[in-house]
Ligand binder design. Structure first.
Ligand code: DLL
Length: 432
């Protein structure tokens, strides 16, 4: 089901015209109202009158996470303070949090793009949406909330955590739609299975999973465990929260709501814009936001754009599921390694379940990787030599893809911490 036929199936020429006029209006407003953006544009010698078409976007300055931290908390505010009706922030685990301040119009846009997202999985008034993303400053909970309310579905705002209660509510109310992080969906399946729940007998039909990296193999695992169709949803606090892009039932890339969020892919080293199909860093400009709009934000997320028509009929450009981040790439003996590659390899090996952690350390100038994987019953063995043989087998499989050696350590069942929100897959001892 397409929520907004007018925009989601708009012909490219018409969409470019909409984007162009929205960009011109945005740049004029930012130049006038936000000294932070005026200074950035002045330093490049760009004036609002130089921006006449969406193609002129390349003349504008990039915004980085460091910029966002510099203006913390509200140095990037483009609206009058009393027009702000809600704020959200990122978790700030790696420094000062970034702030998104919403006007009522921003909340309306957020509701719209989240309604589009949920409609990608045919969510309608008859659905019961169990929203297990965390409510609070994190954007996941309230983003889904606004979208489900706009659709008029029956919303269960249960938030994250309390797994037994989640499973009880799921059975008692017959939830048809589940929204949570992919790692939490695994925990729900694991505990549910141990409690004897037969997911095939429940009405669960579709899940919207995102906010953290996950692989195609993990999707298959989740779909088999929970007996639903698992869709990938993407977003970030700086842009609006969830509702930036989402997969449809064809599960072939995430449709970007590009009438609101204009995407570019750049070479992270040079800043040069790359053609469609080439992988690089994803950059977004918020074309319609009022509170805290952002120009050419460098997300650090790596993907590529897909412009071929999708079978669902939507015309807006798609992004491939994320391939990694510019800042999670490990350089091991000169070879670039992404944690997402490791997960993809592990989950293709029979008997390996998605409970693993990657430990990164540095000896001298070189990074080393140890992958700790929980043993399943089949891998579990009292014989040390069997464990060693299994570790070797997995090390070889990893080497085949990564082209660099990593150490594998099989650890006891249930010893890797489970996650109710974003999982911590990589422990980087280099920064400790
Ligand atoms: O995670 C917003 C969100 C909430 C998205 C619920 C989807 C569902 P932040 O906490 O600001 O916002 O984190 C944003 O998370 O730059 C990506 O690196 C990562 N991320 C988000 N969605 C995906 C995804 C929310 N589908 C950062 N796949 C982004 C991989 C994702 N990584």
């Amino acid at each position: 089901m397409i929520w907004n036929n007018e925009y989601e199936t708009m012909q490219p020429d018409k969409l470019r015209a909409v984007q162009s006029s929205r960009l011109c209006e945005l740049v004029a407003r930012l130049y006038k109202n936000v000294p932070f953006y005026k200074q950035k544009m002045d330093s490049l010698g760009v004036k609002p009158e130089h921006i006449k078409d969406i193609k002129d976007i390349v003349k504008l300055p990039f915004t980085t996470k460091d910029d966002m931290r510099e203006v913390y908390p509200l140095g990037h505010l483009a609206a009058v303070k009393n027009e702000i009706v809600e704020i959200h922030t990122s978790s700030g685990t790696t420094g000062k949090p970034v702030v998104d301040a919403y006007t009522q119009k921003d909340i309306d846009i957020w509701s719209e793009v989240m309604a589009r997202t949920l409609a990608m999985g045919d969510t309608c008034k008859n659905d019961i949406v169990q929203n297990a993303y965390g409510y609070g400053l994190f954007t996941g909970g309230l983003g889904v909330h606004y979208g489900a309310r706009k659709i008029g579905a029956n919303l269960i705002p249960i938030s994250g955590g309390n797994t037994k209660r989640q499973l009880q509510i799921m059975q008692d109310f017959g939830s048809t739609v589940l929204t949570c992080t992919p790692s939490y969906s695994l925990l729900l399946a694991e505990i549910g299975k141990a409690d004897g729940i037969e997911f095939s007998k429940l009405p669960l039909r579709v899940g919207f999973f995102g906010a953290e990296p996950w692989s195609e193999s993990m999707r298959k695992e989740t779909e088999a465990n929970l007996q639903l169709k698992a869709l990938d949803i993407y977003g970030l606090t700086e842009i609006i929260g969830p509702g930036v892009s989402s997969e449809c039932m064809h599960q072939d890339g995430l449709h970007i709501f590009e009438d609101h969020f204009y995407p570019e892919i750049i070479d992270p080293a040079t800043g040069k814009v790359l053609p469609d199909g080439e992988r690089g860093e994803l950059v977004f400009t918020t074309l319609t936001k009022e509170g805290t709009p952002i120009l050419r934000y460098r997300t650090r997320d790596i993907t590529y754009l897909m412009r071929e028509q999708c079978g669902c009929g939507r015309t807006q450009v798609r992004m491939h599921r994320l391939l990694g981040r510019t800042d999670d790439m490990l350089i091991v003996r000169g070879v670039n390694v992404f944690p997402s590659q490791i997960e993809e390899v592990l989950l293709k090996i029979e008997d390996v379940k998605p409970h693993y952690q990657i430990l990164v350390d540095r000896k001298g100038q070189l990074d080393s990787i140890e992958v700790q994987i929980e043993m399943t019953e089949t891998l579990f063995s009292d014989e040390i030599k069997n464990i060693n043989a299994n570790e070797k087998r997995i090390e070889e499989a990893l080497y085949g893809t990564l082209n660099v050696h990593s150490r594998v350590k099989l650890v006891e069942p249930k010893s890797i911490p489970r996650s109710e929100g974003k999982a911590k897959r990589v422990i980087d001892k280099r920064q400790l």
